[in-house]
Design a protein around this ligand. Structure first.
Ligand code: S3P
Length: 444
């Protein structure tokens, strides 16, 4: 993947944000749509695919393993798959860029095919733990040679036939769950994943949609997902809903910038993803759902958001799995609320594209917000609705969500906030700054 040169940004407080916007396709669903389409025999069509760098890394990898993937002029992606078991040996290392989801899910796919693939990535991805997928995939028979600490670059030598496993997730991770299920697709017998805490269920929904035999049961141990291997996937027409993780930036921005009134259309509201909206409502946010509907098997609505006076909360720890990517922007909302918000039980934030607890504590402190860091979360003293001091120098640390969250913080800062590099935003939301300009202009 090409890595953009650093793009600094200076951002200061703004007038109201108004207007109607759409967010790009859901990143998690986009990765899975490409992967499963590439394993179906025949042509699948994907509408609304997120065309961000992370998803393009998945597309490039699936092409390198034999799938035919083209973007039609109308923006619909056509994928001719190779069939489960049909992945080809990639000729070169698979460059995963910044994308943990691509890496972990594709490691699962390779693990049960008789091929070998090397995975490389940028500095952020190369610092992230892969043992969580190496362990179960090794038990299934794959031979994985990783860099020290279980990091990238690493090589996966798949095993065919692989061995089915029953695996209880030691961390709440949809990526680990999905890696095992994807490995299970080409494994004889039943692969079973037990998740004590429910995580995003896009893989389960989409596997069933492609015709895999998959059951989900609730048990005393948690959700039990059983997949019958050696599956035959049938090509599908997939419509990808808008990404709630991308919508969250505008929902928070409209909530904290006085006078704002914004409609974010076509937002995926799968309950395993929508925790941020629950948390913001607990803080007093004014968010109404309009046009609730089902799109591509996922609940979707338009979110109408108006500025509101927010108050501090203790963020319920059981919301963590359904809002794990949204903590950085929630912390920005908390910085503008009345009182001290405390978020605990979110230790996983330390192993995202950056250590998001330290990254956000440092970034908010740099713009004059008082924070207290915990091993598993953050406390933030809110401004009571007043502008934040601002003026700081922020390091985005190759983390798109730090860059976008601190841009939102800049919108309510007295002195302009400087972010060293907003180019990582292209991994998940290439049009983010264009949309911001539009929301600001409409209010002029
Ligand atoms: C994702 C799962 C989550 C999330 C990531 C996308 C997925 O990661 O943070 O952005 O698509 O499965 P974990 O599985 O590490 O929690």
């Amino acid at each position: 993947m090409s890595h953009a040169s650093p793009r600094p940004l200076e951002i200061a407080h703004t007038g109201p944000l108004t207007g109607h916007l759409t967010v790009p396709g859901d990143k998690s669903i986009s990765h899975r749509a490409l992967m499963l389409s590439a394993l179906a025999i025949g042509e699948s069509r994907i509408e609304g695919l997120l065309e961000g760098e992370d998803v393009l890394a998945t597309a490039a990898a699936m092409r390198a393993m034999g799938a035919d993937i083209v973007r039609d002029d109308d923006g619909v992606w056509a994928v001719h798959g190779v069939g489960v078991g049909g992945l080809l040996q990639p000729e070169q290392a698979l460059d995963m860029g910044n994308s943990g989801t691509s890496t972990r899910l594709l490691m699962g796919l390779v693990a049960s095919h008789g091929i070998t693939a090397t995975f490389t990535g940028d500095a952020s991805l190369s610092a992230r733990p892969m043992a969580r997928v190496i362990d179960p995939l090794s038990t299934m028979g794959a031979e994985i040679t990783a860099s020290p600490g279980g990091r990238l670059p690493l090589m996966v030598r798949g095993m065919n036939p692989a061995v089915p496993i029953n695996y209880t997730l030691p961390v709440a991770s949809a990526q680990v769950k999905s890696a095992i299920l994807l490995a299970g697709l080409n494994t004889p017998g039943i692969t079973r994943v037990i998740e004590p805490v429910a995580t995003r269920d896009h893989s389960e929904r989409m596997l069933a949609g492609f015709g895999a035999e998959l059951t989900v049961e609730e048990s005393a141990e948690g959700r039990v997902i059983s997949l019958v291997g050696e599956a035959e996937l049938k090509p599908q027409h997939i419509i990808v809903p808008g990404d709630p993780s991308s919508a969250a930036f505008w929902v928070v921005a409209a909530s904290i910038v006085p006078g704002s009134d914004v409609v974010v259309a076509n937002v995926g509201l799968n309950p395993t993803r929508a925790g941020i909206f629950t948390a913001l409502r607990l803080m007093g946010a004014d968010i109404t759902e309009e046009n609730a509907r089902i799109v591509g098997g996922e609940p979707v609505a338009d979110l109408h958001v108006r500025h509101a006076a927010l108050h501090a909360i203790e963020v319920p720890a059981d919301l963590a799995p359904s809002m794990i990517d949204e903590y950085p922007v929630l912390f920005v909302a908390a910085a503008c609320a009345t009182g001290r918000t405390v978020a605990r039980g979110a230790h996983e934030l330390r192993v995202k594209e950056s250590d998001r607890i330290t990254a956000m504590a440092t970034a908010l402190s740099a713009i004059g917000v008082e924070t207290e860091e915990f091993e598993d979360g953050l406390a933030i003293q809110g401004s009571g609705g007043a502008l934040l001091p601002g003026g700081g120098q922020i390091a985005s640390l190759l983390d798109h969500r730090i860059a976008m969250s601190m841009t939102v913080a800049g919108l309510v800062s007295t002195h302009s906030v400087t972010i060293d590099d907003v180019s990582p935003v292209a991994t998940s939301y290439p049009m983010f700054f264009q949309t911001l300009d539009e929301l600001r202009e409409q209010a002029l």
